[in-house]
Design a protein around this ligand. Structure first.
Ligand SMILES: [Zn+2]
Length: 554
């Protein structure tokens, strides 16, 4: 039967041979309450919640309200007897930053912090010094066993600093073909990965070469993001296993420092695109140092549970971040509260509405987890902390979906699928969309790596397959032009601004459609016995396979 399904499907879709059974029974329609979606969004967006910044009275109000809502709809506390997971956070601010000094062939040149380079430390220590650390060009800084690729082959990085190119080796391909998915960014292309891998290699420092096109943002973004306070989810060891310094240099500076050692960055970069590339010791050292001012504080994730009736120790997870920016730069009218109605009171409201519909439908075979995470806006910190310290083991977590900023543009024919073509979850989505008479639009900018930039990714990078489905663009009323106009208007007047406010005139029909899709996906996964995995060539497959317990689970 399954082989037959596969043969039939292969006429339409490539890659069927790698796909697990399609979901046997798609869940029916969920009894979703538009009133709940509206009321939770409205309440969380009130000025009294002060924009829901972690560590403020707005957090207290938000947590109390979410517990009240989870109790009202009939969830159980998700963390033993508690609704909360404490999330310890740390903010580290580099001060008195010295220039970056390159020494090669008896000469020293210094580069100014800010204009030429930026850097921070992930370590909770009062002072960081990088002293004459040997510089090694490691190409794209990738170790990808499933692609037989190792940019660190044969070099012991202890005490050394890695100089790393941004993006991945085939980003210049026009299409999506290539070992690193061509134009689309793989996780190996994200700066977070580069710093994580350098730390795994034991490097003292990691410096990424900025280049606007492959980075998809300019130096001004890098400069503002990597100077000033940096917030992290606290690590048990205070970050002792991290590099001392993580930073970026402007491309002309990188060219100069490679040249100081008698090499050419363009030649090295071309070599780095080819399989079999070997790291190059540059015959140069770098030095810098700075003080760290450290502030420790705490926030909370909120967790509700609907225990499964057949296999309660298997979990399907739903996530949405409850936090937003709090008080922010005032607009022309003097409004200084970034209410975050769309980002992400809507997603949090959908979490409550989904919980309510699932409780009404009765327990599924597997347990359903509803996780409202903190500190997304500071860099996915609440979800990162949960995934590093999971209440429910990740090897027992089948998969799930994340909701971040639902669209109030009105009903759409499509949804935007971020991270399609990566895992067997594709089949669930295709089936649910077909059932609902809707279509999936592939990520319009796969080069920007959006799949690696919201809360589901904290799970994904540890191997758990997750959906990230954005609202559609092809509106029933007005088509793509109207969808695009709504997005542009939100970007200009709402996104991360005081103008992201609740509007009593919103049309909720599109949100109802999207949440209905999420209901079916979650319910179908929770009633199935499947363990959808990443496709074999995907960058997360080997992580999932390694983390699965041999005696069961995924
Ligand atoms: Zn958001």
């Amino acid at each position: 039967m399954l082989r037959w399904l596969c043969a039939a499907a292969s006429v339409l879709a490539a890659g069927c041979a790698t796909v697990s059974p399609s979901p046997a029974t798609l869940a029916g329609k969920g009894d979703l309450s538009e009133a709940t979606l509206k009321e939770v969004t409205r309440t969380l967006s009130l000025d009294a919640f002060e924009g829901r910044a972690p560590g403020t009275p707005g957090e207290e109000k938000t947590l109390a309200y979410l517990v009240e809502q989870f109790e009202r709809v009939g969830l159980r506390p998700g963390n033993g007897e508690s609704w909360f997971q404490d999330v310890p956070l740390v903010e580290i601010t580099g001060e008195h930053v010295e220039p970056l000094t390159i020494k090669a062939r008896g000469r020293a040149v210094s580069y100014a912090f800010g204009d030429d380079w930026v850097g921070v430390s992930y370590r909770e220590v009062p002072r960081v010094d990088l002293d004459d650390s040997e510089l090694v060009f490691v190409g794209y800084g990738i170790v990808a066993p499933e692609k037989n690729w190792n940019d660190y082959a044969g070099v012991d990085m202890r005490g050394k600093t890695a100089l790393i190119l941004v993006n991945d080796p085939d980003y210049e391909n026009a299409d999506l073909q290539g070992p690193f998915n061509g134009r689309a960014m793989t996780y190996y292309g994200r700066w977070t990965y580069k710093f994580e891998e350098a730390a795994r290699q034991g490097a003292a420092g990691a410096i990424i070469v900025h280049d606007t096109y492959p980075a998809s943002y300019g130096w001004a973004t890098v400069q503002s993001s990597w100077s000033g306070p940096q917030a992290y989810a606290r690590r048990g060891d205070g970050g002792a296993d991290q590099t001392l310094v993580n930073g970026w240099v402007r491309k002309p500076v990188a060219e100069a420092l490679v040249q100081a050692g008698g090499r050419d960055l363009a030649q090295l970069s071309a070599a780095a695109k080819r399989p079999g590339f070997k790291p190059v010791r540059l015959g140069a050292t770098i030095s810098t140092g700075f003080d760290n001012s450290i502030r420790r504080f705490a926030s909370k994730n909120v967790i509700g549970l609907l225990p499964g009736r057949a296999r309660p120790d298997e979990y399907v997870i739903h996530t949405a971040h409850w936090d937003h920016l709090g008080r922010c730069t005032p607009d022309a009218e003097g409004d200084n509260i970034c209410n975050g109605a769309i980002d992400n009171a809507t997603g949090t409201a959908a979490l409550v509405a989904l919980a309510e519909a699932h409780v009404k439908a009765g327990p599924a075979a597997r347990s359903l987890v509803f996780l409202a995470v903190t500190a997304e806006e500071a860099g996915l910190l609440g979800s990162e902390y949960y995934a590093a310290n999971p209440v429910f083991p990740l090897a027992q977590t089948v998969g799930g979906l994340n909701m971040d900023a639902l669209s109030l543009a009105g009903p759409a024919r499509d949804v935007t699928v971020i991270g399609g073509g990566k895992s067997e979850l594709d089949r669930y989505l295709e089936q649910a969309l077909a059932e609902l008479g809707r279509v999936g639009t592939p990520d319009p900018s796969p080069q920007a790596g959006y799949y690696y930039r919201s809360d589901h990714f904290s799970f994904v990078k540890r191997g758990v397959p997750m959906f990230y489905i954005d609202s559609g663009i092809d509106l029933i009323d007005g088509g793509r032009a109207a969808g695009q106009a709504w997005e542009t208007a939100y970007r200009d007047t709402g996104y991360h601004l005081p103008g992201d406010e609740y509007d009593p005139n919103w049309n909720w029909a599109g949100v109802m459609d999207d949440v209905q899709l999420f209901y079916r996906l979650g319910r179908t996964l929770a009633d199935s016995a499947d363990w959808p995995n990443w496709y074999p060539a995907d960058e997360f497959r080997h992580i999932r396979d390694a983390s699965c317990a041999p005696e069961g689970g995924c």
